[in-house]
Design a binder for this molecule. Structure first.
Ligand code: PMV
Length: 361
């Protein structure tokens, strides 16, 4: 599909009012997206586990205006309170998607949103937040076009979410989602994420992700700036090629349930992401001393116990500890005994692989 397929032929706005609610999860990349071209086109393909516990719930109440207005008309409430500092982000998103959702200036929207995870936990809410709002808006378009088919809906929801925040396009479906054109993956696209189309062994169907909150503060360098620093980065070309190679390598690993090889790719991807940050110009470090302490303890525990837990990192200091269902008791114990001490205020979130966003009304 191309961009123009996401523009429907003219339709009438004959619904006067309505309400839509979606709950959309976060996701954690196994092969990382870092670097982008114009219009949120990724510089390399990525793949993620969709999560369950970390999610955003968004309700949009819409009311037809007397006439189409020159500006977008919306109110924004975050956890029940007006949130003026989120408005510019939504405004930018509306501008980017307006050509694909032509009704946006014909309605007033009341957007009410809340996160399941604690505010300022250092967990990026852009993936869950942007996918939830994209789904609500597209559901309104479906209210106006009841013939929209389910496959088109999923692709367009991901397409719109991508325009809000790249990785948000991987939060519509589960359990494994790939985004970005890759010659080895049928149906893959730079425009939207797809449910991973190949066989996945049962061991990867109920993986756990315990998120250790190492640093809850504001990041010194935003993802937007970080992506941008991949332009002209001395190792960019090799890194983008490596992501393609890792996706090829991951296919038999996922199929056969080879957790040992899975660990090698996932941890290398996390460290490569941060390696790119450390070798950008200007260079920066998002890991904290406790991030490294946790990684070292995970490695020590793994070699002493033969456990199959591993770590991955987002663009931040928090550590995602990934492990199979059948190891959950011993890993929980290890986390409590050894890792929690390195979390800010001893905080962590127990999450697990999930199956995508859900409509709540
Ligand atoms: O979606 P963005 O622009 O916030 O970028 C997120 C990038 C990483 O989280 C670091 C990696 C990824 O693929 O999710």
């Amino acid at each position: 599909m191309t961009e123009k397929d996401f523009k429907l032929p003219d339709y009438s706005y004959d619904k006067v009012e309505g309400n839509v609610v979606y709950k959309s999860p976060s996701n954690i990349a196994l092969i990382k997206y870092w670097g982008k071209k114009e219009n949120q086109i990724p510089a390399n393909p990525s793949i993620s586990f969709t999560l369950t516990a970390c999610a955003t719930t968004t309700s949009i109440t819409y009311k037809k205006l007397k006439a189409v207005t020159p500006d977008f008309q919306f109110d924004l409430l975050f956890e029940g309170l007006p949130k003026p500092d989120f408005k510019p982000k939504i405004e930018t998103f509306f501008k980017r998607v307006e050509t694909y959702l032509p009704f946006l200036k014909a309605y007033h929207f009341k957007i009410e949103t809340s996160n399941s995870f604690p505010h300022s936990s250092g967990i990026a809410s852009s993936a869950s937040g942007m996918s939830a709002i994209a789904l609500c808006l597209l559901e309104i378009e479906r209210d106006l076009n009841p013939d929209m088919d389910a496959d088109y809906f999923l692709k367009k929801a991901s397409f719109l979410a991508r325009l809000g925040s790249g990785s948000a396009c991987r939060s519509i479906e589960g359990d494994l989602v790939q985004w970005g054109r890759h010659s080895g993956t049928t149906g893959s696209s730079d425009l939207y994420g797809i449910k991973y189309p190949y066989k996945v062994h049962d061991v990867f169907k109920n993986y756990h992700d315990t998120i250790l909150l190492v640093d809850k503060g504001e990041k010194q360098v935003s993802s937007t700036v970080g992506h941008d620093l991949m332009h002209g980065h001395p190792f960019a070309k090799k890194r983008f090629a490596q992501a393609h190679e890792n996706l090829d390598k991951l296919r038999p690993i996922l199929e056969q349930g080879d957790v040992k090889e899975f660990i090698k790719i996932v941890e290398s991807e996390a460290l490569t992401l941060h390696g790119m940050m450390m070798t950008s110009q200007p260079y920066f470090i998002l890991m904290k001393p406790n991030t490294l302490e946790i990684i070292n303890r995970i490695w020590a525990f793994r070699s002493a116990s033969k456990s199959n837990l591993c770590f991955t990192l987002d663009a931040g200091a928090n550590v995602h500890v990934l492990y199979p269902e059948n190891e959950k008791e011993e890993v929980h114990q290890f986390i409590k005994n050894e890792l929690v001490a390195f979390c800010q205020n001893q905080q962590y979130i127990c999450d697990r692989i999930g199956f995508g966003a859900k409509r709540l009304s």
